[in-house]
Design a protein around this ligand. Structure first.
Ligand SMILES: Cc1cc2nc3c(=O)[nH]c(=O)nc-3n(C[C@H](O)[C@H](O)[C@H](O)COP(=O)(O)OP(=O)(O)OC[C@H]3O[C@@H](n4cnc5c(N)ncnc54)[C@H](O)[C@@H]3O)c2cc1C
Ligand code: SF4
Length: 324
């Protein structure tokens, strides 16, 4: 770890103040800092000012709207989401994903906004300054070569956030505030398949809240495979929303994380209307294989990560299906 570089901090009390502070050159939002600060300690980034969002009143609120939707402020902690009775009952995949992030001390402080917007990861990037200098840096930061994919067309660092795929299968939308006002995006539209620019946020924009529609009729789950169960990023994470009508699949949504530079929906339309059986499970594995792009971005071998992912997806649907 390096000594932290010099930066200023600013702790606005209102969203409007935060937006105007973030419009300045080199301004970066800071929530609980569990992702950002370790990166800065490694010399990854040189912000001029950290705009601390924790002073904005109401940003941590979790509420149920008149139409039954769930609204969660970007400043809500993962612990609050994981332990919220209504979330656990009505949107279990979301509570499970929040509970699966890192360890209890992280979750007590770490926020929804920070979880969604966390940086992508790579063994050639999440290293100390001297390690990266010894390798000539890389094109995600300070260098011009990718050590993972030699064609150098973009950065392939992997997104390992747990919560985004759960929100994606739940059909959630993210509310964004910025210099041009408010806008709302489907959660999948917040992300891009580019490890060096994986968020579609413009300059000065920040995530304000997430809205999740009622999940009536859907059974949902989030499953995560990791090396150390106590504290670890997902080797592979799979979120599933399933509607069952007798022995037919009436609806199926699957999203994956830990595989690409963005969390991704797996196209599952061809499985809807059919039975859930061994052939369907194999088809789902193939669809996941086509969607994912597991590369040498973590210390765990690529072959193992792929096998885990391809087994985890059908197994997760199976568990929901058996549950009735
Ligand atoms: C040991 C360890 C294990 C971890 N394991 C996991 C894991 O298993 N799963 C997982 O998902 N994560 C994991 N993390 C990463 C991190 O702890 C979590 O993602 C956490 O939720 C980040 O939230 P935060 O509030 O601390 O974000 P911060 O670190 O404050 O911010 C993260 C990023 O988001 C930006 N940001 C923050 N809030 C907003 C906002 N409202 N709008 C726009 N941008 C914003 C920041 O500028 C920064 O770039 C781990 C981290 C550590 C150190
Ligand atoms: S994928 Fe390539 S460019 Fe991106 S962080 Fe890894 S080595 Fe760097």
């Amino acid at each position: 770890m390096n000594i932290l570089a010099d930066f200023r901090t600013h702790r606005p009390a209102t969203l409007a103040d935060a937006v105007s502070a973030l419009a300045a050159d080199g301004a970066v939002p800071l929530a609980a800092g569990t992702d950002l600060l370790p990166n800065l300690r490694r010399g990854l980034g040189q912000p001029a000012v950290l705009v601390d969002l924790t002073g904005i009143g109401g940003l941590e609120t979790i509420s149920i709207l008149a139409d039954g939707s769930l609204r969660i402020g970007a400043g809500a902690t993962l612990e609050a989401i994981a332990e919220h009775g209504l979330v656990r009952n009505a949107w279990p995949a979301l509570a499970e994903a929040a509970a699966a992030v890192a360890g209890p001390t992280h979750r007590a402080a770490a926020t929804l906004g920070g979880n969604l917007c966390q940086d992508t990861r790579c063994i050639f990037y999440n290293q100390s300054e001297w390690w990266r200098a010894g390798n000539g840096y890389c094109l995600k930061y300070q260098g011009d070569k990718c050590h993972v994919i030699v064609k150098n067309d973009r950065c392939y660092a992997t997104y390992h956030g747990d919560v985004a795929p759960a929100l994606m299968v739940l059909g959630a939308r993210v509310e964004i505030a910025g210099p041009a006002g408010r806008r709302s995006l489907a959660v999948e539209e917040l992300f891009r398949e580019d490890g060096a620019g994986h968020l579609s946020l413009g300059r000065g924009e920040l995530v304000v809240a997430v809205e999740v529609p009622p999940a009536s009729g859907w059974r949902t789950v989030y499953a995560k495979a990791r090396i150390r169960d106590a504290v670890d990023f997902p080797l592979a994470g799979v979120a599933v929303a399933l509607r069952r009508d007798g022995d037919r699949v009436a609806g199926l949504k699957v999203a994956i994380t830990g595989t690409n530079s963005a969390p991704l929906r797996v196209p599952t339309d061809e499985l809807v209307g059919g039975r859930w059986d061994a052939a369907a499970a194999e088809t789902l594995s193939q669809l996941v294989r086509k969607t994912s792009n597991v590369l040498k971005t973590t210390v765990t071998g690529v072959g193992y990560r792929r096998r885990v992912l391809l087994a985890l997806a059908p197994r997760t649907v199976d568990a929901l299906w058996q549950g009735g």
